[in-house]
Design a protein around this ligand. Sequence first.
Ligand SMILES: Cc1cc2nc3c(=O)[nH]c(=O)nc-3n(C[C@H](O)[C@H](O)[C@H](O)COP(=O)(O)O)c2cc1C
Length: 336
Amino acid sequence: MSVAKRKDAHIEKCLNDPDIDRRDSGFGDIELVHRALPELDFDQVDTSITFLGKKLSFPFMLSAMTGGTSNQTITINRNQAQAAEECKVALAVGSQRVMFEDKKAEKSFKLREFAPSVPLIANLGAVQLNYGFGLEECRKAVKVLDADALFLHLNPLQEVIQHEGDRNFAYLADKIKSIRAKLEVPLMIKETGCGMSRDDYQLLINCGIKYIDVAGRGGTSWSRIEHLCNKDESNLGLAFQDWGLTTAESLEEAEPFMDKLFLIAGGGIRSGIDLAKAMGLGASMGSAALPFLKAALESKYEVVKLIEEYREQFKIALFLTGNKDVRMNNDKHRNR
Ligand SMILES: Cc1cc2nc3c(=O)[nH]c(=O)nc-3n(C[C@H](O)[C@H](O)[C@H](O)COP(=O)(O)O)c2cc1C
């Protein structure tokens, strides 16, 4: 199956199987400590941050989803880009590998005209560095999007479950380190729904990486998606559908390295309250993908509406925990 066709099949499964979203990223067990006397004027609460040198209205990124040749991928990316611009949030695109297989797919990644002022993040699979990709392809991905940074995504579970997946993840850290040293924009790393552990953070810090989207377990399950796409009779994809560290656990694993990392909490962030909890655990920003898929297929306005919901909830959570800005204090949460 071509990369473009596979991307469309993923979207179809995500839209039609409600259990793709596992709805348990660990935030149910975390409570932000309520302040009855917050000593703040709600209207003065400042949710803004600066990310990659650009001001965002709150610490949020529309996470990587798609790109390709079909009308639906073009629609999704453009609606997301226009909404990101209107709401002043960041946008990461889906894997750009597809445009190296079919040049026509570049069109779906030409988004700068729709989002002139916000951070746009390019995207390739890190494992492709073991399958012929290198600095040239990374630069090309950045150039087509006119991106502020590049994500290399890590998806070892998805690749082993996928029929004919790219399974050689050996010696990738050295290759990541070398790309990081030469690329003109920041190199960022993301998982895709299984989270990150202490050893991963240490390895990535050794590679010179600062920006990491932990993309933990509890939201979108790629193992389940691949199971559905492959008509996997062995049920392998189902056996691993809840594999990994939750997003909350992934943030806790990063505790020793907080001063060296800019952590993005992705994976099952389903509200501005989840985002506030993630920030309470040390994240500098949050991201979400699946909740925005249906909205992005409909219109820019549906995406804007959803982003605004997240932002309002986040602002209220800051207010109710006595935080006048996003520098949340770690002792302002407790596990239930
Ligand atoms: C339809 C869809 C397509 C995705 N495609 C990509 C991709 O191409 N590259 C990538 O790095 N992550 C991809 N992801 C993973 C997301 O960026 C995100 O890390 C993950 O879904 C966890 O966030 P969520 O629970 O909010 O969906 C995709 C997610 C969805 C739902």
